[in-house]
Design a protein around this ligand. Sequence first.
Ligand SMILES: NC(=O)c1ccc[n+]([C@@H]2O[C@H](COP(=O)([O-])OP(=O)(O)OC[C@H]3O[C@@H](n4cnc5c(N)ncnc54)[C@H](O)[C@@H]3O)[C@@H](O)[C@H]2O)c1
Length: 263
Amino acid sequence: MGRLENKVALVTGAASGIGAACVERFAREGARVAGFDVSEEPANWATLVADAPESLYRAGDVRDEQGVQATVRAVEERFGRLDVLVNAAGVGGGGPVHMLPSEEWDRVVDINLKGTYLMCKYAVEGMLERRAGNIVNIASIEGLEGTEGGSAYNASKGGVVVLTKNLAIDYARRGIRVNCVCPGFVDTPLLRSIFDQNDLGPVRERIADAHQLGRLGRSEEIASAVLFLASDDASFVVGHALVVDGGLTAGHRYGISEMLGLA
Ligand SMILES: NC(=O)c1ccc[n+]([C@@H]2O[C@H](COP(=O)([O-])OP(=O)(O)OC[C@H]3O[C@@H](n4cnc5c(N)ncnc54)[C@H](O)[C@@H]3O)[C@@H](O)[C@H]2O)c1
């Protein structure tokens, strides 16, 4: 029996990277899965949901309040309810503030933070009625600490971390658990495009090496953590920011491990 058997899940950012990995894992765990993404249905959607009893895909923007509301309604109409919401839609972006156009600030914060708020706003309506529900937001370790040039991205993800805690407080006694996952750097199209667009090839290796495991994360490793929080295995976990970062934020290395033969 799958860990999400008989559950209905809606995943934003479902067309790519971490969201797509959540869709695939949730389907394998027995959930009926709906995907929502600004991209048209990806070519591999049927493969992602191959193990799901039923599935649904809707294209739309998490900043579009009417579209968000209509998507939540469509999922509830099709499957009878919504049990699990995963907010994985997101974009990178930022830069030192004196170099950052205010439109770019708005774009990043609106997609990453306001989009999360809008999805939660409409998802909790039905969850409140049923006194049951589960929300997992994809934040970032960049929402827990600063990164050079992070600005808008880090601010948006810091907002997601604290919004997660507020949602958890507001709804825990109505049966809705809310948590977030804070990934380290994960090898997805988003991260690859940042490295490619900005000619950051050499930085990629330094970033990978900054993780204690010496590598970037994989989308499937983040999906496993999301699954834990979304499942009954995490029944007493509320308002938590779960760091899944290969040790990136555990501390610093100065070469002593190598001297001791531990590398
Ligand atoms: N890759 C990383 O290193 C990393 C690290 C920490 C957190 N995250 C977060 O994980 C989440 C998923 O990122 P990813 O790395 O898988 O990226 P990705 O680009 O592979 O996937 C993100 C998806 O979100 C969708 N999306 C973007 N804007 C949207 C909008 N306005 N409305 C609806 N959908 C939209 C994209 O079309 C895409 O399919 C993001 O919130 C990201 O910030 C990523």
